[in-house]
Design a protein around this ligand. Structure first.
Ligand code: ADP
Length: 409
């Protein structure tokens, strides 16, 4: 039962950009959303999207607080600001401290700050957004939703690297996993859509966007995932390498004299689909180039799919039974070609692609794209903002807990 018609503001604050969405506490389509870009630079601006129309506003004050002030001014003009009952913040790293979302208090802020050494590029930027929102809306409760939280159920066997245990004890080195909000939302939706029992299912969810990760989910809980201590491990991504032999990295460092920061940049920004294709990090561009015979694009797509299928096979071994493989993210929701290539590798599991369903299940449609008695293959659009809003509304009592549990968990 809905208790209040209030709104949730979802904030995703990065180092140079800040995305926001305003949603009803009971879910539904965003009322207004947008992104502030080039923060810290003279050309800082904000793009608002509402009712299919875009407006661009230059920021007078070019930092995160300035961006939030511009967002609040717009919400006020639209008559929405006074209806915002809670702000939900995406926070990248919650380490071992956070296994679920949390209402922000001074103590919680300090704990998020304590997680910053594990995500030095992300958590400080998230904290800037939280502090700016607290300053601007001091009487509105705020909730942190962590990318890592869903994976805190991983068993030790999946969570540990075979390195000296002192690295874990002294520096927190272990596998945490990311994209948890997406994996949690998509797996719950898939269970509902496929009619699987909530307490007896095994899924692999592949979130394929610019960043990409796959997760094994047993009865609603993450039991293994491809990203590790940082989002660099695992699948081939737009510009990230995913798995690579550390010996290869030290070899190149020794030969070239590249320092750690330079190596980190190459593996995060110059690798993946972009590094392999020497053309683009964008799957659409690569598919078009592959059709024209571009050798680099063809190789990039093949390595992407090979790595994905290999990881899906590996993740399945953390499950007693594989009921379904679920695709999401920009590539997973739209690329029938990548899904078909992956399905060919997965024939070993008895998976049979339904070519016609696969080719029509694009553009945000949910659907089953396999046939026969083997594991199902399905496409489920993700909605990270929706789940952040649902957590924020539930934890602050804006909606009835049962309603949110039914909707989003
Ligand atoms: P992010 O991780 O930044 O949120 P998205 O989930 O939006 O990224 O995914 C972006 C990726 O999705 C890009 O590689 C883009 O080319 C790909 N993509 C989007 N639409 C299509 C499509 N129709 N066919 C193939 N790839 C697509």
């Amino acid at each position: 039962m809905v208790l209040s018609p209030r709104l949730v503001l979802v904030v995703n604050s990065g180092s140079s950009s800040l995305k926001f969405t305003v949603l009803g506490a009971e879910g539904g389509a965003p009322l207004v959303s947008g992104v502030a870009e080039c923060l810290g630079l003279a050309e800082a601006r904000i793009v608002f999207k509402a009712n299919g129309a875009k407006t661009i506003v230059d920021l007078e004050r070019n930092d995160h607080t300035g961006a939030l002030q511009a967002i609040f001014a717009r919400l006020d003009a639209d008559g929405l600001l006074s209806r915002v009952g809670v702000v939900g913040h995406r926070v990248v790293h919650g380490a071992e401290r956070f296994s679920e979302s949390a209402v922000i208090t001074p103590e919680i802020l300090a704990e998020i700050e304590a997680c910053s050494p594990l995500a030095p590029l992300h958590n400080p930027a998230n904290l800037i957004g939280i502090r700016a929102a607290l300053e601007a809306l001091p009487s509105v409760p705020q909730v942190a939703v962590f990318d890592t939280a869903f994976h805190q159920t991983m068993p030790r066997a999946a969570a540990f690297y075979a390195v000296p245990m002192s690295w874990y004890r002294d520096h927190g080195v272990r596998r945490y996993g990311f994209h948890g909000t997406s994996h949690r939302y998509v797996s719950a939706e898939a269970v509902r859509f496929l009619g699987l029992p909530a307490d007896d299912h095994g899924l692999v969810v592949a979130h394929l966007g610019n960043g990409a990760s796959a997760t094994a989910i047993l009865n609603g809980r993450s039991v293994d995932t491809t990203m590790g201590m940082t989002p660099l491990e695992g699948l081939v991504m737009g510009t990230r390498s995913g798995d690579v032999d550390v010996g290869a990295v030290t070899h190149v460092a020794r030969l070239t004299g590249l320092d750690i920061a330079a190596i980190e940049k190459v593996l995060n920004k110059d690798s993946g689909l972009l590094g392999l294709s020497e053309l683009s990090n964008d799957c659409r561009t690569l598919e078009a180039a592959a059709d024209e015979g571009h050798a680099g694009a063809i190789l990039a797509l093949e390595v992407f799919v090979h790595r994905l299928a290999r990881h899906i096979g590996g993740l399945a071994t953390s499950l007693p039974r594989l009921d379904a493989i679920v695709f999401t993210g920009g590539i997973g929701e739209n690329s029938a070609r990548i899904r078909a290539m992956t399905a060919r590798h997965l024939a070993v599991f008895g998976l049979v692609l339904d070519e016609s369903a696969n080719s029509t299940c694009i553009g945000g449609r949910i659907g089953r794209i396999s046939r026969g008695p083997g594991p199902a293959m399905a496409v489920v659009p993700t909605d990270e903002e929706g789940l952040i809003a649902a957590d924020a509304a539930r934890l602050t009592g804006l909606v009835d807990a049962d309603e949110t549990v039914r909707r989003a968990i």
